[in-house]
Design a protein around this ligand. Structure first.
Ligand code: CU
Length: 477
């Protein structure tokens, strides 16, 4: 019942949006013209090709216009279009550091999101380098009810820096570092009903808890080369980094980034986002991309401050397609060698498919993600998961977010591999931000969640259980 209600609420984060949008006063409606079309990839006739950059102007420019407009009023957002504005500096590349497409399309690792997505960051130039910085820190008080539940107050989030250099031959070099304060919360992470994956002590799996992320979440370098106005190739290397699998990692996914709570589908969709050893090669043609990764299959161990190494023994392949500036679709496959430290003999084949839709609304945006994933374990057990997630940001101050997700797991019964059961969870939350600086905001938020335990585990969980989090957030960029 609550489940249906939450799903409805998640989807209805959209409802009023469509209704209200038509009531846009003319003054505003004049600006975001793109709201009325789902992006046909053709330059607008009344807009002459921009500036002087040589052949790099391509149809997706339209997307960047809108990208800027959904963030009116904030200077750093205008600066965000940096690469285009610096095009006059005789640099060959414009748009993304990974290819001939709008910067707004880039999400975590080499993954894509809709072109119109909001994109944070404080930007500055240092010689030939364009620098970007972004900080998101959550101080969270977490409460999970029931016999498996617990309480904890912790700090989580990320600090990210990137440096990009464009070359006149059409190449772009991008260096990125991302750090997490998570190890400070302790090796057992934080209580999260139905979450499982990784270990705190190298002996017992973490069950009904979310593991802390490693201090080094990403240390990566990429180089892309333009072949034409629409075609490019790139290589990406990370230690750690994110291989070409799944949708953007949750802390960078525009429908999830405002919630401090990790999805329980994390270990189906995006748990590879911290992989110690990744090499990816990709080819971009206009709004399509094909990438292949070789990476180390083993998940991070319980030492959260180190850099781990090992053979690149696993493979991922991902096809991405942004058919309009509002949509981002991907399908991916991975063959993962020995992902789990506690079950080294087991390999996994993973599949994922996802769709993200985003559009500007009011003075902000609305976005929704749907995702499916499957793990096929080498011991013959197949485990499916799905997720529907939405976020509505009507203005600079408020963000509302909701998620419904389901996993099949055999790890939550107390044995390493027990019977496979279905677990469903829903969350709804909101955060209010106060801008304390042009590039910084302090937020106060809360969320409630509900967990539906399978009948077979009613005794263990004491039936269905609620959870809640209250959090304060610092966001820079
Ligand atoms: Cu993670």
């Amino acid at each position: 019942m609550f489940r249906t209600c939450t799903l409805a609420a998640t989807l209805l984060l959209a409802g009023p949006v469509y209704a209200q949008e038509h009531a846009h006063p003319p003054a505003q409606a004049a600006a975001p013209a793109p709201q009325t079309h789902d992006h046909a990839p053709a330059p607008q006739p009344e807009q002459p090709p921009q500036q002087t950059h040589d052949g790099d102007h391509h149809p997706m420019h339209d997307g960047q216009m809108q990208h800027g407009q959904m963030q009116h009023g904030q200077m750093h957002h205008e600066m965000h279009q940096g690469p285009d504005e610096h095009a006059g500096h005789d640099m060959g590349a414009t748009g993304s550091a990974l290819g001939a497409y709008p910067t707004g399309r880039d999400a975590s690792g080499t993954s894509w999101q809709p072109d119109v997505a909001e994109h944070g960051g404080v930007h500055a130039m240092a010689g030939d380098w364009m620098l970007m910085g972004h900080v998101l820190l959550n101080g969270v008080t977490d409460w999970q009810d029931g016999p498996q539940g617990d309480e904890k107050t912790f700090l989580a989030g990320m600090i990210m820096g990137a440096a990009r250099r464009d070359f006149s031959n059409g190449g772009a070099l991008n260096l990125r570092a991302m750090l997490a304060p998570d190890p400070l919360m302790g090796k057992r992470g934080y209580p999260l009903t139905f979450a499982s994956g990784e270990t705190a002590d190298g002996v017992e799996p973490l069950v009904d808890r979310q593991h802390p992320h490693d201090l080094f979440m990403e240390l990566s370098a990429s180089y892309s080369h333009r072949l034409s106005a629409t075609d490019s190739v790139f290589v990406y290397a990370g230690l750690p980094g994110e291989p070409a699998f799944g949708p953007p990692a949750f802390m960078h996914r525009l429908t999830a980034m405002d919630s401090p709570e990790a999805p329980i589908t994390h270990h189906w969709l995006d748990s590879t986002h911290i992989t110690f050893g990744v090499l990816t090669a990709g080819y971009v043609h206009d709004n399509m991309k094909l990438e292949v990764s070789r990476f180390r299959g083993r998940e991070p161990d319980e030492e959260r401050y180190d850099i781990e190494t090992g053979a690149l023994d696993s493979t991922a392949v991902r096809a991405s397609w942004n058919p309009t500036q509002n949509w981002s679709l991907q399908i991916s496959w991975a063959d993962v060698t020995s992902p789990e430290q506690l079950a080294p003999d087991e390999d996994e084949t993973r599949w994922s498919a996802s769709a993200i839709y985003a559009r500007p609304v009011f003075d902000g945006h609305w976005a929704i993600t749907g995702a499916l994933a499957r793990k096929e374990r080498s011991d013959g057990v197949d485990l499916d998961a799905w997720l529907v997630e939405a976020a509505l940001k009507p203005n600079d101050a408020w963000t509302f977010f909701g998620r419904v997700e389901d996993i099949q797991s055999d790890e939550l019964g107390g044995d390493h591999h027990g019977p496979v059961e279905d677990f469903t969870k829903a969350s709804l939350g909101a955060i209010h931000d106060w801008r304390v600086h042009e590039n910084a905001a302090i937020g106060l938020g809360g969320l409630v969640s509900y967990n539906w335990a399978p009948d077979a585990l009613n005794a263990r969980y004491g039936g269905d259980q609620p959870g809640a989090m209250a959090f304060v957030r610092l966001k820079i960029g």
